[in-house]
Every structure is written in structure tokens, then in C-alpha cells.
Design a protein around this ligand. Structure first.
Ligand code: HEC
Ligand code: HEC
Length: 442
């Protein structure tokens, strides 16, 4: 409302002035008997009309549209930040509608791929971030905002801080949150700084988080965007009350510097595409992986984005798919009437369309369930064929390895006795520490 008045106010003043002037002059024109007054009045009327036209015109054309979000944080209210955070998390301001339509509302931040925001959303392998009031499990009724005030006081937090006092490997950050707000900020920049018990990558001794660093590629939110996401988390469960939104101050106290006001975004930059995303026939495998968010959970050789996923298996389906079909676990699923792939290609397509037909041993049923509504058949075939071309050599070439919980064990470097992770320095964007070594006994 304020913004509308700010825009209309000056115009209204001008209109008042111009209309008033016009009425006055018209009266003068009608009643004046003197020629000189008539001419002067006409002249003034024409002048006024012109003046008003030329001052209004550029305003109407040149002003930024009222709904463009300019990121001048000094002028941004907690409410505006929270609204921006909502768009970044869900990609829409009406996530319920997307959910009802059978989709999973996930925006640029990708959080809903893993975190549960709604009761009927399948993504429960990660802590809930907002309260789910009617959840049977009472822990799910507690929002992250409430939890955040206790996390950094836990002994578990202190033991992470002690262990990582030299800086966590991937982020360089030393755990040092002193408030709930700082804990939330830290969680985005350094998921390994504190890993919620029971949610670590299996086989990492409860110490490594499968959550990607949100400030780094491929999700790569800006500082301002992270502050807005945290603002949303801090206000979601107190509708209309933004008194708990400390994100900006917490960011500044956590990093000990002023939050750089992000330069104004390129037009459309922070607007996230709305509506259901569909993988189309003409999309490349890279585009499909990006649109569908596969990269949040899987590593896939040859796909630049897909180097960080630590929730699902390394997708070298040229090797995996034929072995799966032959496995006794898969045969049991076929017998039980759940699975029915006979070829590797059918297996991969089934994995994407019906993820619960068969759960890869060592994993849980954590894959999203809505891909069947988001792929055209041609796109599905293309994705399956791409994955089937990937094998161990391709993964090793890209510095990728299996997760510790993959029963196959770490990849072997051809010729040598070592594991793939010893084959050279890990690529820059990959975690600086290779996964899959050591603990799994390989
Ligand atoms: C690939 C899956 C994945 C994505 C995507 C993801 N997270 Fe997480 N997140 C996790 C897991 C698993 C945990 C629990 C382990 C841990 O503590 O790091 C977690 C933990 C957290 C925590 C700490 C929870 C607690 O109770 O202490 C916060 C806060 C959080 N995530 C916020 C976010 C936000 C905000 C986003 C989106 C910008 C996001 N996450 C994206 C998987 C994910
Ligand atoms: C939220 C995390 C998540 C996302 C997003 C996700 N997956 Fe998965 N995926 C998993 C998990 C966990 C498994 C193993 C459990 C199972 O079999 O369902 C899996 C299994 C698979 C398998 C079977 C792998 C094997 O070796 O047997 C394939 C193929 C697959 N996913 C492809 C995809 C593709 C393609 C996408 C994107 C369109 C995708 N996944 C998105 C988590 C995810």
C-alpha cells in the first residue's frame, strides 16, 4: 500500500494543480470580456496541458514495475525479506497449489527436495524446518526456529566445534554460532558444522551432512538470498509477527561485517519460474537434471551440476542397472508384484517413475515421488539412455566415487589397487574430502 501511495502521491498533487489551473483559466476564459485576457488564458491552458503531459509521460513509461524487488536491504522490511525467501524456497507464492496439483514446489533454493514443509509432502529424511502442527510425530510440530535457539548450546554442537576448530574442510568455517539466528545462518554456509543426529550420510560416523552448501554451486544463493530464506524460516510459524526475524543482524554478527547490499538484480534474476516444471523432449540431460533437481541427491558423471548429491546412489547405470536386475533383492521385489523391469533401460525408467518399486539396498525410500507427472516420455527415455552410458571409468574421470553406504564399495582405479578418491586431487567444486573412503571398509 505504501509503495502505491509513494508512486501515486506526486502524480495526484500534479493532477490537483493542473486540474485546478485548468478550471480557473476556463472560468476566466468564459467570463472575461477583454480579448487580451482570452488570448492569455488560451495560451496558459495549452501550456498547462503540455507541461502536465510531458511530466507524466516519462514517469509512466520509465518507472520500474511496482512488483520488481529491488534489493536495497536498508529499505527492506523483515516481511519483504521473508516473502522473498518464500519465493526462493518454493518458486511460487502458492506452494500449496503446486502440491495439490501433484508437484513438489521447489524453487532456486531446492530446500523442499529434501525438507518437509507440508504434511502431505514426501521428504521426510531431513529435519522439518517449519512446524507441521497435526503431525503424529510430535517432534515434527516443533519448527526449526524454536530448535535453533538450543542447537548451539548442545554438547553435540560443542564437540563439532572442537573437532572443526581448524575450519571445516568444504567451507573453511569454524562452527561459532552464539544465537539461534546465527545457527540458522551457519547451517546454510556450513552444513557439516553441526549434523543433526541420525541425518548424516550413512557410513560417515554421523559426521557428514548430505545437505549441499547453499552458498556454493550449484544452488549458490547470494548472501542476501540466504538472509531472506532464513527470514522466512524465522517467521513462517508466527503469521503476521516478524519480531523473530533477526536474519540480517545474525548474518552480520556471525560474519563480523556488514552485509554487502547486493547490486540490483538483473531484470528477472530473483524471480523464480513459477508453475510445474516439465522435462521436455528437446531438453538435454543437463537441462533435465537441472529442472528436476536430481543433482541435489545424485552425482552423475558428465553433468557439471551433478557433483554434490549425497542422498542417492552414484548414477552409473551402465554398471548398476544390469546388476540390480540380477540381484536377489530385485527378484524378490518382482515376485512381490512391485517391480517389473526386464532390461536395464526399463529398470532406470522404473526407478524414476516408480521409485518405491525397488529400494536400492543401503538406501531408504528418499527419492521424490512426483517425477511421473513431470517427464514427457521422450525426455524420460533420453535421461535413461544417458544414465546407461555412464560407468565406473566415467565417474573416475570426473573424480566421483560411490557413497559410503553403497554396498558395492568405493570405485577402483584401473590398474592400481587404490580407490578412485586417491586418483588425484578432487575437482574444485567437489567436496574437498573424497567420500566413500575409509569407513566403508573398502
Ligand atoms: C539434498 C538435500 C537437502 C537440501 C537440498 C537442503 N537440505 Fe537442509 N538439511 C538436509 C539434511 C539431511 C539435514 C540434516 C543434517 C544436517 O544437520 O546437516 C539438513 C539440515 C538443515 C538445517 C539444520 C536443521 C536442524 O534441525 O538443526 C537447516 C536450518 C537446513 N537444513 C536448511 C535448509 C534450507 C533453508 C535449504 C534450502 C536453501 C536446505 N536446507 C536444503 C538436507 C538438505
Ligand atoms: C530427494 C533426493 C532425490 C532426488 C531429487 C532424486 N533422487 Fe534418484 N534416488 C534417490 C535415492 C535415495 C535413491 C535410492 C533409493 C531408491 O532406490 O529409491 C534413488 C535412486 C535412483 C535410481 C536408481 C539407482 C540405482 O543405481 O539403482 C535412479 C536411476 C535415480 N534415482 C534417478 C534419478 C533421477 C534421474 C532424478 C531426477 C529426475 C532423481 N533420481 C532425483 C534420491 C533422489
Amino acid at each position: 500500500m505504501e509503495a502505491i501511495w509513494a508512486a501515486i502521491g506526486p502524480m495526484a498533487e500534479k493532477a490537483f494543480f493542473v486540474v485546478g489551473g485548468l478550471i480557473g483559466l476556463t472560468v476566466a476564459l468564459i467570463f472575461s470580456k477583454m480579448m487580451i485576457f482570452r488570448i492569455a488564458s488560451w495560451y496558459l491552458i495549452i501550456l498547462l496541458v503540455f507541461a502536465s503531459y510531458t511530466t507524466w509521460l516519462p514517469q509512466i513509461r520509465g518507472d520500474a514495475p511496482a512488483d520488481a524487488v529491488a534489493i536495497d536491504l536498508s529499505a527492506t522490511t523483515p516481511e519483504q525479506l521473508a516473502d522473498m525467501g518464500k519465493m526462493i524456497i518454493f518458486g511460487t507464492d502458492n506452494p500449496e497449489a503446486v502440491l495439490t496439483g501433484g508437484g513438489n514446489p521447489a524453487g532456486k533454493g531446492q530446500c523442499p527436495l529434501c525438507h518437509q514443509f507440508f504434511l502431505d509432502q514426501k521428504a521426510d529424511r531431513c529435519p522439518n524446518l517449519v512446524a507441521l502442527p497435526s503431525a503424529p510425530d510430535e517432534r515434527l510440530r516443533v519448527p526449526e526456529e524454536v530448535r535453533s535457539h538450543n542447537r548451539f548450546k548442545e554438547d553435540r554442537y560443542k564437540s563439532f566445534a572442537a573437532k572443526l576448530s581448524g575450519g571445516e574442510t568444504n567451507s573453511g568455517i569454524k562452527p561459532h554460532a552464539n544465537t539461534g539466528g546465527e545457527y540458522l545462518i551457519e547451517s546454510e554456509y556450513c552444513p557439516n558444522c553441526y549434523v543433526v543426529e541420525g541425518f548424516a550420510i550413512k557410513g560417515t560416523n554421523d559426521s557428514e551432512s548430505p545437505m549441499p552448501i547453499i552458498s556454493k554451486p550449484p544452488i549458490e544463493l547470494s548472501d542476501t538470498e540466504i538472509v531472506s530464506v532464513v527470514s522466512f524460516l524465522q517467521s513462517k510459524d508466527t503469521p503476521g509477527d516478524f519480531s523473530k526475524v533477526t536474519a540480517r543482524e545474525s548474518w552480520e554478527s556471525y560474519f563480523g561485517k556488514k552485509l554487502d547490499v547486493a547490486p540490483p538484480p538483473a531484470p528477472g534474476a530473483i524471480q523464480v519460474a513459477e508453475g510445474p516444471k516439465i522435462a521436455m523432449q528437446d531438453d538435454t540431460p543437463d537441462q533435465i537434471v537441472e529442472k528436476m533437481g536430481c543433482f541435489a541427491c545424485h552425482k552423475i558423471p558428465g553433468i557439471a551440476l551433478a557433483k554434490i548429491g549425497m542422498i542417492g546412489p552414484l548414477l552409473i547405470e551402465g554398471v548398476n542397472a544390469p546388476n540390480r536386475i540380477k540381484s536377489k533383492e530385485y527378484k524378490a521385489a518382482v515376485k512381490a508384484g512391485k517391480a517389473n523391469a526386464r532390461t536395464p533401460k526399463e529398470y532406470v525408467m522404473e526407478s524414476i517413475m516408480k521409485p518405491d518399486a525397488f529400494i536400492v539396498p543401503g538406501f531408504q525410500d528418499d527419492m521424490l515421488k512426483d517425477f511421473s507427472t513431470k517427464f514427457t516420455f521422450a525426455a524420460l527415455e533420453k535421461m535413461a539412455e544417458y544414465l546407461l552410458q555412464q560407468d565406473e571409468a566415467a565417474a573416475i574421470r570426473d573424480g566421483m566415487d560411490r557413497l559410503p553406504n553403497e554396498l558395492e564399495g568405493p570405485l577402483k582405479v584401473p590398474g592400481g589397487g587404490g580407490t578412485a578418491s586417491l586418483s588425484g586431487p578432487p575437482p574444485k567444486r567437489l567436496s574437498a574430502h573424497p567420500v566413500g573412503r575409509g569407513e566403508s571398509g573398502g
